[in-house]
Design a protein around this ligand. Structure first.
Ligand code: NI
Length: 144
């Protein structure tokens, strides 16, 4: 475990020129998000851009698709399961949660190329009867 002093020695410092109004907005935003300083907020923005780049490349990324649907809709549960079997190479795990009023949430963990992940998520979220869905992608971490 590195002490603060040791980890500081591994950091590079650079100056940033920025319009005062933009900086003011940035400071308000990061305060709302709970960042203790600008440096960590800027590091996270850079990491987010790098993850976006990985997502658009052919490098393997990981992610989750979360969907909400009503299991009483005719054949929908079967369709969703059948569709996931078509992408068995992409899916690591599926979590099913029963919700009130016949609703179900599924959280599907994925690992693979960003383009295939997007193809899977778009088709699943766009399926008739799926009320809402979201794809979240992150890095496997080795490039960050
Ligand atoms: Ni259920």
């Amino acid at each position: 475990m590195l002490s603060n002093k040791d980890s500081d020695a591994l950091l590079s410092r650079f100056g940033v020129s920025i319009e005062p109004k933009l900086l003011e907005q940035f400071d308000k935003l990061i305060a709302q998000k709970g960042y203790s300083n600008r440096s960590e907020a800027i590091r996270d923005l850079i990491r987010d851009s790098l993850v976006q780049k990985e997502f658009l490349s052919d490098l393997p990324v990981v992610g989750t698709v979360t969907i909400i649907y009503n299991h009483e809709i005719h054949d929908l549960t079967h369709k969703i399961t059948h569709f996931q079997h078509d992408y068995a190479d992409l899916i690591i795990s599926t979590l099913h949660v029963h919700l009130p009023e016949d609703n179900c949430m599924e959280v599907i963990a994925l690992k693979g190329s960003g383009s295939r992940m997007k193809q899977f998520a778009d088709a699943l979220i766009g399926m008739k009867g799926v009320k809402h869905g979201k794809l979240t992608v992150t890095s496997i971490g080795t490039q960050l």
